[in-house]
Structure formats: C-alpha cells, structure tokens
Design a binder for this molecule. Structure first.
Ligand code: G6Q
Length: 553
C-alpha cells in the first residue's frame, strides 16, 4: 500500500479491529500475570536509549499484527525512499533529508548531481569556525566589544528546535554567553529579550528558511532598528546580524552579506531543521564538538531505524504503539512527561514535530484518510505535572497514553545530609517509576477496602489502572542522548504517517495562516472602515479592535 488506499480499509487494519474486540478490555494486570518476563521482554535498546513498552495494552498477537500492518503499508520501502532522497514530500515535490544533516563526512549522497553530504559538511565547518569565534571572543561587535548576548530570531521550526536544544543542553553551555529566543510577533517578545542589553555586545541570528515569514522579518527589522539606535552606524549591521536561510537574495536585501549567511536547503523541513544551520545558536552555546555529539546521537538512531527489523526497531515500535493507542484504543491525546528539568521545552518541541507533521485529513493521493490521524501532544516535566493534571491521567474518563523519560544520573546531583550524594535524584526517579506503575495497575476496590477506607469513599479511592505508558531511560542527558531522543520521535512520527498514508512533511495549514494574516494586517493598517469581505463576526471584531486601539487609557 503506498498511500493510494486508506489504511483503515486494509486487511491488516481489519485484523487489528477484530483483535481489539478480543484484547480491548484485557487488563494490564492480567497481561503481566500471564508472563513473568513481560517487563523485560517488551523492551528494546538503541543509540543509548532503553525503551520499556511492556505497559502498553498489547500481547504477542497485537505486536505481530502491528508489524504486519507496517509491512503492508510499505514502511520499509518508504523508509528506504526517505534515506535515498526520493521526493517523498509529494505535495511540495521535495526530498526529505534531515538524516543527511547527521551523515558522517565519509558518506556520499548524490541528489540532482550534488553530493549533499559534502554541502552539509562545508556548512558545519563554517558554523564551527564562527561559533568558536563568538565563544572565544575573536568575533567582536562593531565597537570592538566581546559578544555576550546572542538572540535567535525565528519562529516555528526556526525557533522550537534551537530553543528546546538550548534549554535541554544548558548544562553544557558556555555560561558567559547568554542566549535568548524571540519568535512571537507580539512586540513584548523582542522588547523583553533586549531590555537593558548593550547592543554593542549583542548578536542577532535571524533564522528563516524562507526569509519571508512575517513574524521573523518584522522582528528582525525591529532588532535592526534597536541596534542602530544604540550603535548609530549602518555598518554595525555586518557585525551584529547573521542569517540562516535558503534565500540568499532576501538576506542580502536585509543587509546581511553572503559571508554572514549560513545556508540550508529545501530538503530540510522547518521542524526537522535543528541539526542544520538553524542550530547555529545551539553550536554557539555548547561548542562544535558537543554539537557533533548531538549529530552522532541522531545518526546512531537513524542507523538503527534504517537497519533494525521492525519488530526490534525502537522508532517503528513507538510509532506502531501510538497507532494502536490512537486508532484502536481511541486515545485522542498523548502526554510526554520528562522527569528531567532540562527537558522542559521538549513537549512543546514534540507538539510541532508531531502535530504539524501528522495533523492531516487526506492521504498522499488526496483521499479522505478514513481514520483519526495525529494525537494531540502535550506534557510537562515531572514531578510538577503530578501536582496538577495527573489526576485526570489516573482517574479521569479519558485514556491518555504517556511517554515517560528518565535518566540514571542527574546532571546536578544533590544529596540530603547523610544520604547518597544524589539522593534527590532517587526521589525524582522513584516518582517516575511509581507513576507508571500506578497508571498501569491501579488500585482495586478490594485493595482500597483492605486499607480500611470507609465504604462511601471507596469509589473515589479506586484507580482502575490499565492506562498505557512507554518508559524511556538513558544514562544521562547529554548532547548524544538528546540527538537520539529527537531522531527517535522524528522516525516514530514518520512511521505513523506511513501507516496513515499521509504526507508528513508538508504544512498547508501553517501556510494558510500566513496568507490570511497578511491580508488582515493590511486592513488593520488602513484607517477606513473595514470592507465587508469577512464574515460578520470577524468584521465586528476588526471594528471593535480599532475602537479599542484608539481608546484612551
Ligand atoms: C515547520 C514549518 C514552520 C516554519 C515556520 C518558519 O516545519 O514549516 O513552523 O518553520 O513557519 O518558517 P521560516 O523558517 O521560513 O521563517
């Protein structure tokens, strides 16, 4: 099947529907009781990550049927086509080659007569030189002062990856360099990011694949004006503005010289671009070597995804389990719960990766997809979430599969008086394991009564359990681990898109928003009454906004 046939009409899908009728209500308690080895048997290791997927509501047959579905949907063929640089983003007629961004220099990949790996390596080398200059102070601002603040201006894929990577790898960053991220068109974002800064020590990286995005260009112009108000010399732009883009003409028009422009390519999707020059801020923060470690982690997961059999393939298994939870168990959302403070932006990053990629309603052939597609992804770090929304996870009426992420070693070990040096980390991990266990096994009425709970309270104290989760563990959060985690989710998202037969690499919904905002912005700028080209609600809102705008405080 290659996207011509809706997944749900496929015999392998139908087999899963029938299978669900048998296993659908089987409790995880029964599944674990039936197989003492389950907790280790349903696990897989790759690229330094360990995945325990035993707390999913699946048995051997479920997994075999899911693997069969993947094969019938052409997962192996689509995977090979992606790695080979075929135009698998069909609606945009583009190759999808973020994997080439982390290929080793020895590899060759020819696309239309160009070795893209060589191009990638050349840009990485330029990025390394520039990053080192900023890090060691050789790159000076216009007045000769050292750069102390780096502000990344970009939005969506040109922001979320670098912002997440910066936060995730803060432990490894050069602390005398202060990195900030401005994405929102709301003037507050830039105003707060620049407040009190010395423009002579501030470098802006304008990240925009297209260099045509309203938010980024507007913020870049405002940043330029802010810089020039302090530096009072147009020539200063050359020392304080760097661009990352595919659009050399537009960056030149902005006043950024070609040597200050780092390219990327059409075959890198925005949300898949953090390993490209879009990650320049990451490299400045952690240095070229550690950036290389991150690429190596991604590469290790790429290689695993490319070569491991589906039934032992971590991203494929995660993707297939997501399909099972979503399409067969009816879970509309997916929580991502890292027990690692540095990963606080990881759920937001995954929201874009997952929902922009797979929030689609038609197949590649343009036919209705015929089933639910991307789950709604959300999450917060543990243990914070435990004191807010976990109530719903445990006792709410909705099924929310959870991905838990934890590490063997803390980057900031703290120990209580007289206890182990990292005893605080033990507490964090104890919470992590306890949550997954409680979600899976719950607490029966019999157990609740045996604790002496008054009968009237028993229903309130019962946890039905049977709530699925994945557990991802690694030794420590490092650039390598982060790279592996990102590639894991990228390929899991890819797997789900293949099953649904959709194009995971376009984003027409995002494009629509861009066009409509431009049109409406032109009307708001106009002082004349808005022409009635809108519906009555939008028309009235525009009128009200104009009144509010003019009102005195
Ligand atoms: C990502 C999307 C989108 C994009 C932004 C910014 O996959 O296409 O989030 O990254 O709209 O686009 P530019 O980088 O072109 O400014």
């Amino acid at each position: 099947m290659t996207g011509m046939q809706a997944a749900s009409t496929h015999p392998a899908w139908q087999a899963l529907v029938s299978h669900h009728a048998h296993i659908g209500s089987t409790h995880l308690r029964e599944l674990f009781a039936a197989d003492p080895e389950r907790g280790t048997r349903w696990s897989v290791s790759a690229a330094g990550l360990y995945l325990d997927y035993s707390k999913n509501r699946v048995d051997d047959e479920t997994m075999a049927l899911l693997v069969a579905l993947a094969c019938h949907c052409g997962l192996q063929e689509r995977r090979a086509a992606m790695f080979a640089g075929e135009l698998i983003n069909t609606t945009e007629q583009r190759a999808v080659l973020h994997t080439a961004l982390r290929a080793p220099p020895s590899e060759r990949l020819w696309i239309e007569g160009t070795d893209v790996v060589r191009d990638v390596q050349a840009v990485l080398a330029r990025m390394a030189t520039f990053s080192e200059q900023v890090r060691n102070g050789a790159w000076r601002g216009h007045t000769g002062k050292r750069i102390r603040h780096v502000i990344n201006i970009g939005i969506g894929g040109s922001d979320l990856g670098p912002a997440m990577a910066h936060e995730s790898l803060r432990h490894y960053s050069q602390r005398d360099l202060d990195l900030r991220f401005v994405s929102n068109i709301d003037g507050t974002a830039l105003a707060e990011a620049t407040r009190g800064l010395d423009a002579a020590q501030t470098l802006f990286i304008v990240c925009s694949k297209s260099f045509g995005t309203m938010e980024t260009l507007t913020n870049a112009q405002a940043a330029r004006a802010w810089s020039l108000r302090q530096l009072r010399d147009e020539a200063a732009v050359a020392r304080h503005f760097i661009a990352v883009s595919t659009n050399a003409r537009a960056t030149a028009a902005f006043g950024i010289a070609p040597e200050q422009m780092f390219p990327l390519w059409d075959w890198v999707g925005g949300r898949y671009s953090m390993a490209s020059a879009i990650g320049l801020s990451t490299m400045i923060a952690i240095g070229p070597d550690r950036f290389g470690d991150m690429l190596a982690g991604m590469r290790a997961m790429d290689e695993h995804f490319r070569h491991a059999p589906i039934e032992r393939n971590m991203p494929a298994l995660m993707g297939l389990l997501a399909i099972w939870n979503n399409n067969f168990l009816g879970a509309a959302t997916q929580a991502v719960l890292p027990y690692e403070q540095y990963l606080s932006r990881f759920p937001a990053y995954l929201q874009q990766l997952t929902m922009e990629s797979n929030g689609k309603h038609v197949t590649r052939a343009g036919q209705p997809v015929g089933c639910e597609t991307s789950p709604i992804v959300w999450g917060e770090p543990g243990t914070n979430g435990q004191h807010s929304f976990y109530q719903l996870l445990h006792q709410g009426t909705r099924l929310v599969p959870c991905d838990f992420i934890g590490f063997g070693q803390s980057l900031n070990p703290i120990g209580a008086e007289g206890a182990r040096i990292d005893s605080q980390h033990d507490l964090l991990m104890a919470n992590l394991f306890a949550q997954a266990e409680a979600l899976a096994f719950g607490k029966t009425a019999v157990e609740v009564r045996s604790e002496g709970v008054p009968e009237a309270l028993v229903p309130h104290r019962v946890f039905e359990g049977n709530r699925p989760s994945n557990m991802l563990l690694a030794r420590q959060l490092t650039p390598h681990t982060l790279g592996a985690l990102v590639a894991l989710y990228e390929h899991s998202v890819f797997t789900q898109g293949v099953i649904w037969g959709i194009d995971s690499f376009d984003q027409w919904g995002v494009e629509l928003g861009k066009v409509m905002a431009e049109k409406t912005a032109a009307e708001l700028a106009d002082r004349e009454p808005a022409a009635t080209i809108h519906d009555s609600s939008t028309h009235a809102l525009i009128q009200r906004y104009r009144q509010l705008r003019e009102e005195r405080a």
